[in-house]
Design a protein around this ligand. Structure first.
Ligand SMILES: [Zn+2]
Length: 713
């Protein structure tokens, strides 16, 4: 039941009498339908969440998959990829339709509709085909498809898309017969690989045959795109793949990068509107052009799995986990999702997350109503992320999907409460359409004691996640300098308002307990590889940022400030400071950065382990002790996607740098802290290892911040 005026959905905040209800968002009075003899369930007090299943007309929608498989890879890689693709087909939902495209120098669209057919349509990988050309070649010209009756439409589509249940045998045979391409690669050259062309063909084929039906285009690629649209590097090995340095300095590289990003971005936005989602599975230790392609995934709600090889556990287990059904036997994602926000007394400033902004202007709402209500701000300085709208296409969604929606107060609020309603519609895995409605209200603090009331209910973890998303949006679309300026400013402004201090006295600063972790989160965010690009390739940076915008608050915090747990013999494990003082010879440290899980054995423990104490009967307890962190790792892996990299190392080990790079350099050689400061801000017991770094420590950072805060205004 929707409000006649603003199209808001009836909810528990609406007021009702025997004949009608008044909308909690716009205040409009609506009539109940005549046959109503009790209040709708939505009006039950306290009910803030409700999911509707829309009555089905006609057949249920299938879930559509297009596999795009790179054949320009080594035999061993292809063998493992084929093996895992075959496993994955068994995991697809019962109602799914599948299509297969392979590529290397050329792009092949395989006919899978006929038993024993191995016919395929070949496209020249160097060309940027138009939709018309692709449709014509495949015999699926839109005007032909439209002009034919439904049965014939599906006949046309069935040549390339088949229900997995029907085509499993022939598809299995087809995938098993995939061979690595036979093209000779000249010495000192890369393989010819037309990833961009393959994506373009898949996109046009799908949008011609299945517009507005949820679909996943899953790319499996084992190297960089070297020819045709989207190519990131030439085939000559003399030509290195672009680095962050090239992208900041070299005009030719920048131009190429922009053109490639635009190529993928255009596809991404159109695919998003059609409800089609891209996923990228990488089996390659080098860059594949993810930085350019990320928008395909980011704008359509897809996933990225980055692994060194298709033979790796990260690839195999992540693919398996991604497609595995949940406890109800359904796949774990919805498709073709749209989010709409309606609100009272606040206005939407924007959204940061994996989505595409929908601008449904022309005087019409998405549901055809008049657009007399604007729920979003048009003021330039107030826009954040995907803005200028209250409606976004999300593409694929799961129960883990997270988005940050930013609001601002209106100038002249009516009443004491603001109301926000989130309306999410999506194609459920079972083929039905669902609408999820969440409505909440919030008291608006306007009195003199409002600062105290804000701070006593402050959620500093959510605040960190929100600030971090904004910083990442700034660094990705603007510059890292501006992102750092933004982060510093927001922390200093925040403390200036909410901390207690005397002017010009840094020692007098007292931070309220509900926000006391915020500064250190901000410190770690500043030096994280979401903001800093040092030591990362453009692909790695894009991958990290993509994952960051996927995750919920808790995982976001782990990414910003990894968790460190200490294990000591005859002691319970305990969380310890992410600080070099936590390194001790008799400890095992367990580091979780979300992307890496690292077990670090202190020098003494490492010695014992090397001497094999754990294998001696009298030292059973030591064996059990070594197992404890491994058990914790196993527990974490259950919920983590994509699978993190697992590192087992020890003091002085080559992989220990992962841990060192995450620790606060309290005992760094370059630490400029005075002993006095250390005494005030952080204890030191003299056993911590010295970290070689140019980074400033948390204590020094806080000193800068305090100085800015106490400055007279
Ligand atoms: Zn209304």
């Amino acid at each position: 039941m929707a409000c006649f005026n603003c199209k808001g959905i009836i909810n528990s905040l609406c007021m009702a009498d025997s004949r009608g209800w008044s909308c909690s968002i716009c205040g409009n009075r609506n009539q109940f339908p005549n046959e109503m003899n009790q209040l709708p369930i939505e009006m039950n007090p306290g009910l803030s969440d409700i999911e509707y299943i829309i009555p089905q007309q006609g057949i249920r929608k299938p879930t559509i998959f297009v596999y795009i498989v790179d054949l320009a890879i080594d035999e061993e890689e292809l063998a493992s990829l084929v093996e895992n693709l075959l496993i994955s087909i068994d995991l697809l939902p019962a109602n799914s339709m599948i299509s297969l495209i392979t590529y290397s120098k050329h792009v092949n669209v395989h006919e899978i509709g006929y038993q024993g057919s191995n016919y395929s349509y070949t496209f020249n990988g160097t060309r940027d085909y138009s939709r018309e050309e692709i449709s014509k070649k495949l015999g699926i010209l839109r005007k032909n498809v439209d002009g034919l009756k439904n049965a014939t439409t599906s006949q046309i589509a069935n040549r390339f898309f088949q229900q997995t249940a029907i085509c499993e045998f022939s598809l299995t045979g087809l995938i098993e017969s995939l061979q690595k391409d036979a093209f000779k690669v000249p010495q000192f050259h890369r393989k010819e690989r037309a990833t961009g062309c393959a994506i373009n063909v898949a996109f046009h084929m799908l949008s011609t045959l299945y517009p507005k039906i949820g679909a996943r285009i899953m790319l499996f690629t084992g190297g960089g795109c070297t020819i045709g649209p989207g190519s990131i590097v030439s085939t000559s090995l003399k030509d290195p793949i672009r680095s962050h340095h090239d992208l900041s300095k070299d005009a030719k590289t920048i131009k190429k990068f922009k053109a490639n990003t635009k190529f993928y971005n255009d596809i991404a936005e159109k695919a998003s509107i059609n409800g089609h989602t891209f996923d990228i599975f990488i089996g390659c230790y080098d860059q594949v052009g993810l930085s350019e392609m990320e928008c395909l995934v980011g704008k359509t709600g897809g996933v990225i799995v980055q692994s060194d090889s298709f033979t790796s556990a990260i690839f195999k287990q992540s693919l398996n986990k991604f497609l595995s059904p949940n406890e109800y036997g359904e796949s774990q994602f919805g498709l073709n999702a749209t989010l709409e926000v309606k609100c009272k007394n606040v206005k939407v400033r924007g959204l940061i997350g994996h989505a595409t902004a929908l601008h449904l202007n022309n005087g019409k709402n998405s549901d055809g109503g008049n657009n007399r209500f604007s729920f979003h701000t048009e003021e330039k300085g107030k826009k954040i992320g995907l803005s200028g709208t209250n409606c976004w296409k999300l593409g694929s969604v799961s129960t883990h999907s997270s988005y940050a929606v930013y609001f601002g107060m209106v100038d002249h609020p009516v009443g004491d409460y603001s109301v926000i309603q989130f309306i999410t519609s999506y194609q459920h895995p079972d083929g039905t359409q669902h609408i999820h409605v969440t409505t909440s209200q919030r008291f608006m603090n306007q009195g003199s004691d409002s600062m105290d009331s804000i701070i006593s209910n402050f959620d500093q973890e959510a605040a960190t996640a929100i600030i971090a998303r904004q910083a990442i949006d700034t660094v990705a679309n603007d510059s890292s300098i501006n992102a750092l300026t933004f982060i510093n400013k927001i922390l200093i402004d925040f403390l200036s308002i909410f901390a207690k201090y005397r002017v010009n006295d840094t020692r007098s600063v007292v931070i309220p307990p509900t926000v006391n972790l915020l500064p250190q989160f901000i410190y770690h965010l500043r030096r994280s590889n979401f903001i800093q690009i040092f030591n990362s390739s453009p692909d790695e940076t894009s991958f990290y940022r993509h994952c960051f915008l996927t995750e919920d608050c808790l995982n976001t915090l782990i990414m910003i400030q990894p968790t460190l747990t200490a294990y000591e013999l005859e002691k319970d494990s305990e969380p310890v400071l992410l600080d070099s003082t936590s390194l001790k010879p008799n400890r095992i440290l367990f580091l979780d950065t979300f992307f890496h899980i690292l077990i670090f054995h202190g020098s003494l423990i490492a010695d014992w382990r090397r001497q094999g104490y754990q294998d001696q009967p009298d030292y059973e307890y030591f064996k059990e002790f070594l197992e404890l962190p491994r058990q914790e790792a196993a527990d974490i892996l259950v919920d983590r996607f994509p699978l993190p990299r697992f590192i087992d190392t020890e003091e002085g080990g080559s992989q220990a740098r992962f841990l060192m790079s995450k620790l606060n350099p309290t005992t760094s050689y370059n630490s400029s802290d005075s002993l006095e400061q250390l005494a005030k801000f952080g204890p030191q017991d003299g056993e911590g290892a010295v970290i070689m770094t140019d980074d400033i420590s948390l204590q020094t950072f806080m000193q800068y911040v305090y100085e800015a805060v106490v400055k007279p205004t």
